[in-house]
Write a protein that binds this ligand. Sequence first.
Ligand code: ADP
Ligand code: MG
Length: 261
Amino acid sequence: MRTDAVTAEKLAKWYGTRDAPVHALAETDLAIAEGEFLVLLGPSGCGKTTLLRMIGGLLPPTSGSLAVMGQPLWRDGRRNDAALSELGMVFQDANLFPWLSIEDNIALPLQLRGLGRGQRREKARELMRLVGLSGFERRWPRELSGGMRQRAAIARALSYGPDILLMDEPFGALDAMTREAMNLELQRIWMETGKTVVLVTHSISEAVFLADRILLLSPRPGKVDREVAVPFARPRAPAVQASAEFQSIAAMLRERLSAIA
Ligand code: ADP
Ligand code: MG
């Protein structure tokens, strides 16, 4: 039987504020398959980050339930460590510690888990090869470009071996050319590792280029407006973006986005 990497049932979020509570996410059911590349697409403020942070265990749901690799993420109001260890997160900002080398940044989660120096180094070097950072082990974060810092953030998120990579607009701060290169790199890393990826973006072309499946969220409270399967063969090359089918999926999403925003 197929296991789902993530399942959500009637997941919802209200934020308590000083005035009226904010209904950020309406009751949502989700099933994300193991190995799937899922993209959450929607206008700013529609609840993408809220949904991703709940999946990542960073934000407790107001109601509903979440399971990760078949294990409940929350039990009696406490996070379940076994489920959490299956989740790695990457944000728009790499958040590297400026006083640690790139290798030590990547190995930090392993240090926090008590691994010895030799094992940390071996794992960090393997991951640096995977993300294309070999040779930069002893560099400082400030010596790296924005794209390279995001490569390091991906390596760090994978350091303790999670099955699922959650990414919140990871390339949103990069220039267009670096962003396109990082999309190709991410596709390669995903294909090499077989991880499940859930990526948040408000870029239609990024969504269609990367996703197996796109969930288009409508705003306030966020809910799934459309579910779109993207059929292009892998690995996808940039040229796929010029195809009529790519253009027609993108146009449909663009129309739908302007209708709901
Ligand atoms: P997105 O990532 O799609 O831009 P968010 O998930 O960040 O959207 O936010 C969804 C809605 O919830 C927005 O209206 C936002 O203003 C509101 N919101 C987010 N975080 C908080 C918070 N901590 N307190 C109150 N409202 C919040
Ligand atoms: Mg966001």
